[in-house]
Design a protein around this ligand. Structure first.
Ligand code: F6R
Length: 262
């Protein structure tokens, strides 16, 4: 049996000031480090308020957190969660909803208290009132302690899509074609089946979180990560607004870091 397997290279810190960029040798290593950070934060503050994304990127993170919980290495029973976004016009139990995604990949595995799980209702008869309700729920919970984000290839966070302006508060948004395309898998691979609109936390809602971690993995994220870190703050790259927050970590694998200055 071969014994010469090299140890995994350690993470590299590229910047020490927010946004602090750390490069991991693999997406798995980044997910594991973020899971450890979340578990440590929950150990320090059992009633932590977490903001959460859906998407392909956090799947490895949610797996890691689920296995920590299964081993008894982390207890999420007191944690409160707020998800970033939900599609408009479909009920929570629709197979393509973000709520269903989270039930499958996170909520059912971590034994969260159902009353501490918060989600936008995409089927609400009055979407504006629903957005306002969400802002008030976040405020009532004392604000978000740790907001986890993914990033779209177009630079969106939550569903704050690039455009001439951004909404500060939770709002209704028209999804860009590339965003509908990247969510087609949730709707049987049919892009036209992806709802055209969503409800999303606003940029101000996200930036009010006490700490933020952006997780980005894979070569398709290299260009937007480069613009977020080295570019100007612009509504054309919504995630660039993270430069304005004092406590942001950007955790990337080598592929997503490929265009960053070393
Ligand atoms: C979804 C969300 C989005 C995703 C982004 C990346 O709740 O917040 O901003 O994080 O679209 O999606 P993936 O991870 O599938 O590339």
């Amino acid at each position: 049996m071969s014994t010469d397997r090299k140890p995994a290279p350690p993470p590299r810190r590229l910047t020490d000031e927010s946004p602090r960029v750390t490069v991991f040798h693999s997406d798995r290593a980044a997910a594991r480090a973020l899971a450890r950070r979340i578990a440590d934060a929950v150990a320090a503050t059992p009633s932590l308020v977490l903001g959460l994304p859906t998407g392909r990127t956090p799947l490895a993170l949610y797996n890691e957190l689920a296995s920590l919980a299964a081993r008894g290495a982390a207890d999420f029973s007191q944690v409160t969660t707020f998800n970033l976004d939900e599609f408009v016009g479909i009920p929570a139990e629709h197979p393509g909803s973000y709520r269903t995604f989270m039930e499958q990949h996170f909520f059912s595995l971590l034994h969260l208290a159902p009353e501490r799980i918060h989600f936008l209702n995409g089927a609400a008869p009055d979407p504006a009132a629903e957005c306002e309700r969400y802002e008030q729920e976040i405020a009532r919970a004392g604000g978000i302690d740790l907001q986890i984000l993914g990033i779209g290839t177009n630079g969106h966070i939550g569903f704050n899509e690039p455009g001439p302006e951004l909404d500060a508060r939770t709002h209704r948004v028209t999804l860009r074609p590339e965003t509908r395309r990247s969510n087609a898998a949730l709707f049987g691979g049919d892009e036209s089946g992806v709802p055209a609109e969503a409800l999303s936390m606003g940029m101000g809602t996200i930036l009010r979180a006490r700490a933020i971690v952006l997780l980005a993995t894979g070569a398709s994220k290299a260009s937007c990560v480069e613009r977020v870190i080295h570019g100007r703050v612009t509504t054309a790259v919504p995630a660039s607004f993270l430069q304005l927050h004092a406590d942001v970590d950007v955790m990337v694998d080598e592929a997503a870091a490929a265009k960053l200055a070393r």
